[in-house]
Design a protein around this ligand. Structure first.
Ligand code: HEC
Length: 134
């Protein structure tokens, strides 16, 4: 088994790691892994704002993210959760959510992003939140 020596094994591991890194980069830098999400220019800006304030650390989209706050994929499909409601949370926080210093225009972009995420094929068909009925 001379072909499986230390050097080639290291090379193989390095190659696997590089492919993994490349895959991680592409998966986190576009939406193509989420079927049916196409973001407008404003939606794309909203996604950057989402990353800038690390909303994902407390909220989930498509079930991925932190669990301190609720899943937000279907926020706009929920009864009584209008744009005004969503903007109020983003701009002022609440008892449970800290105010993060998001500007008016950033908040608008976030709202557009969340709307477009909610229109994705696999989001529109079912409510991803387990705590509320459709
Ligand atoms: C430190 C954790 C934390 C961060 C960071 C955070 N949130 Fe929240 N958020 C919460 C919690 C907790 C709630 C529920 C609070 C409540 O109901 O009073 C919440 C509620 C919300 C709601 C209302 C959800 C509903 O169904 O009523 C929206 C919208 C929201 N957050 C958007 C955002 C956005 C956008 C960001 C990023 C700019 C963000 N949050 C960042 C913790 C966080």
């Amino acid at each position: 088994m001379s072909y499986l020596n230390y050097k080639s094994l290291t090379g193989l591991l390095l190659a696997v790691y590089l492919v993994y890194c490349a895959q991680l980069y592409f998966v986190t830098s576009d939406n193509s892994h989420i079927p049916g999400v196409s973001l407008s220019d404003t939606g794309l800006k909203g996604r950057e704002v989402w990353a800038k304030y690390n909303c994902q650390s407390c909220h989930q989209l498509f079930k991925l993210g932190g669990y301190l706050g609720p899943e937000l994929t279907n926020i706009f499909d929920q009864h009584g959760k209008s744009e005004g409601y969503v903007l109020a949370f983003i701009l002022n926080g609440s008892q449970g959510m800290p105010a993060l210093g998001v500007s008016e225009s950033e908040a608008q972009q976030l709202a557009v992003y969340l709307k477009e995420v909610g229109m994705a094929d696999n989001a529109a068909r079912r409510n991803l939140r387990s705590d509320e009925k459709e």
